[in-house]
Design a protein around this ligand. Structure first.
Ligand code: SF4
Length: 289
């Protein structure tokens, strides 16, 4: 496969064919994110993508999942996406699930009929970075979209039959904004009601504006207990009808994977036990992005 630069994919796409259709992120301005700094956004040549699908058909014919990369493949216009999804269906018939990162900005470039067409052609799950349900936090982090826009676009994606994985970021509001961030984010997750919600913990990346703010004393990082307390408030305010709540990212101090609402009380107990020092936390040196 032709992979340019480093590869970023969700943990649950570890066994997927990784098909790179764009490079970098079309936004690339979030204050906390160093994922694609130094990798300018570019659309890959269609012939290169098609050659990769042919390669995968020969070398990875038994794979049942495929993930479209890099940061936001859905910014591609339909005239590029339709042939790619059609070729995946024809040449990789065992692929049952195609996933992609998505953003409110890329979703709004598609009509309702186009979203439904993408689902029909095999796109099954999208990974959306909500980060926070607090409008002020999103604006400070230069996310480029509002909470209201994210809620609207998530609802359109679900109406088209796409599964949603929504990522939120603990610690993004610092200790002083923690409570408001947790409550508003729980409320936004509840409204989106995704199949999967994933909580990550902020890790400052050198070279990002947020790291500069931290160095200049303009941003305070949450401590491990503050992140745990924020996680507890987030869980408390998150009401999913039947979704997975994932906290198993390498950045988290207390990893777990739970089905809500069934496991919610047990998760809250476990967080309380950790806050009381009765459960061991992942040491700082083991945390990673
Ligand atoms: S968080 Fe997502 S949208 Fe923001 S710069 Fe990083 S990859 Fe792009």
């Amino acid at each position: 496969m032709d992979h340019e630069g480093f590869i970023i994919r969700p943990p649950s796409e570890a066994d997927s064919i990784l098909l790179q259709v764009t490079l970098g992120c079309s936004h690339n301005r979030c204050a906390f994110c160093g994922a694609y700094r130094g990798k300018p956004f570019r659309v890959k040549e269609q012939a290169r993508v098609m050659a990769d699908i042919d390669w995968a058909a020969k070398k990875l014919p038994r794979h049942s999942r495929l993930f479209l990369m890099d940061g936001d493949a859905l910014v591609l216009p339909m005239r590029r996406l339709e042939p790619i999804l059609t070729a995946i269906r024809e040449k990789l018939p065992r692929v049952r699930r195609v996933g992609s990162y998505a953003s409110a900005r890329s979703l709004q470039t598609k009509t309702d009929a186009e979203l439904a067409r993408l689902k029909e052609l095999g796109l099954d799950i999208i990974y959306l970075g909500l980060e926070s349900g607090d409008e002020d936090v999103l604006a400070r982090m230069n996310k480029g979209v509002t909470v209201a826009e994210q809620l609207h676009q998530a609802a359109r994606a679900r109406a088209a039959g796409l599964k949603l994985n929504v990522t939120v970021l603990l610690g993004l509001a610092g200790p002083e904004g923690s409570e408001q961030h947790a409550q508003a984010t729980g409320a936004a997750l509840s409204q989106m009601d995704p199949e999967q919600a994933a909580a990550l913990s902020l890790m400052l990346v050198p070279g990002t504006p947020l790291h500069d703010d931290w160095e200049a004393g303009r941003f305070t990082q949450c401590t491990a207990p503050e992140l745990l307390a924020e996680l507890g408030m987030l869980v408390e305010h998150t009401h999913l009808s039947r979704g997975l709540f994932l906290c198993n990212h390498g950045s988290n101090h207390l990893p777990f994977r739970a089905r809500f609402p069934k496991d919610k009380a047990a998760v809250l107990q476990s967080i309380e036990a950790a806050l009381a020092g009765e459960r061991e936390l992942k040491p700082e040196w083991q945390r990673r992005l």
